[in-house]
Design a binder for this molecule. Sequence first.
Ligand SMILES: *Cc1c(COP(=O)(O)O)cnc(C)c1O
Length: 399
Amino acid sequence: MDTVERRPFYLYSKPQITRNFEAYRDALEGLNSIIGYAIKANNNLKILEHLRKLGCGAVLVSGNELRLALRAGFDPTRCIFNGNGKLLEDLVLAAQEGVFVNVDSEFDLDNIVAAARIAGRKVNVLLRINPDVDPQVHPYVATGNKNSKFGIRNEKLQWFLDSAKAHPDELKLVGAHCHLGSTITKVDIFRDAAVLMVNYIDQIRAQGFEIDYLNIGGGLGIDYYHTGAVLPTPRDLIDTVRELVLSRNVNLIIEPGRSLIANTCCLVNRVTGVKTNGTKNFVVIDGSMAELIRPSLYGAYQHIELVSPSPPDAEVSTFDVVGPVCESADFLGKDRELPTPDRGTGLVVHDAGAYCMSMASTYNLKMRPPEYWVEEDGSVAKIRHGETFEDHIRYFEGL
Ligand SMILES: *Cc1c(COP(=O)(O)O)cnc(C)c1O
């Protein structure tokens, strides 16, 4: 805390990233597969380079994520471009680079055909089928149920197959895709979806398509609560679909984001002070919803601890842990039992590797924080500079 550029800051464990990757790699032994890391979970370039060296492909949701993946050295033929509103110019880039593209709707298919013509290259596509399986998660991160904005209506499957047949120069249908949601903690849900998906694959093959890929998306949850609950592992997830994958002789694509990166990081803050209003006690820290919005956005729980052992006589109370941002939604944790911290005490928010820095904003001109990781030998290295006030002023230069 004393040697970093400033607080708050994100602190990752590089060896933990490696271990998380290896858990998937080992679970997938005996299957032909692509582990596509979902870049939207965390787009730090150093982390991307590390995951690429370990053997990941990449899952992308924008042209800039594709550009970043290329910068990080990812093999574009192991990348998958997703999204319900992909832009034509981004699809052209995807077509030029030869990445897999998931077809999300009728208009999306039109745009992919147009992009293939502009790029002069046939695009390998997967159909993103909405399996209508309830992932039993917060509605903001549920994507595979009937009323979601993602994927094609499965009763429209024939229309998409006919369209693919009608565009043999632009499209090659190579697989089927689904993504159910995020923070899923029951692997039965993946199995239910995989059963439906292999049936779709049978139907699609019956019409003469040679499709080789089943993409079951990402979404595996992690132990945010730290209560010792036993959660499904990557091996549990893969084992529940293994026989289905082998029975249809397909390559399995998985798209983990959170389960590769969330538990490798914490946000390190400093306590600015403690106050009481009405019936509530507050620990006010320097970090906020600007750096880490998940609690404010989803009511998500992230485990919070003080960094140093508290004196034995410290009074334990129930606190809301809040930032300095001018919103009552600005909290990192509610109703936490903590020893009353002194000013300047370190306070960490755990499991902050996924959808934290990548969702950070500069609200209240809290510039995005620096990032560090602990290397294999225990040394600490900076992996991203903090953004500065000067960076902000640059947007107005020359106007
Ligand atoms: C967000 C997303 C993922 C990654 O989800 P996690 O819950 O982070 O594993 C994978 N695939 C698609 C299509 C996504 O939108």
